[in-house]
Design a protein around this ligand. Structure first.
Ligand SMILES: [Zn+2]
Length: 60
């Protein structure tokens, strides 16, 4: 079974049938992780939509 390490608490997480883009929850710390790669299995914090896009702001 594919496995990876929680980026929050370093717990080993096994995912039965990983799908890229899926959200999994760490059984140890409960953090939500998005599967960003499946071979090898890798996860990252999911992108939230709870912030406004500031694309119009001139950052020059
Ligand atoms: Zn964890």
């Amino acid at each position: 079974m594919p496995k990876t390490t929680c980026i929050e608490c370093d717990a080993v997480i096994r995912v039965d049938d990983p799908v890229e883009g899926d959200i999994i929850v760490c059984p140890e710390c409960g953090v939500e992780l998005e599967i960003i790669d499946i071979d090898p299995l890798d996860v990252d914090y999911p992108l939230d939509d709870d912030w406004e896009e500031d694309d119009w702001e001139d950052e020059d």
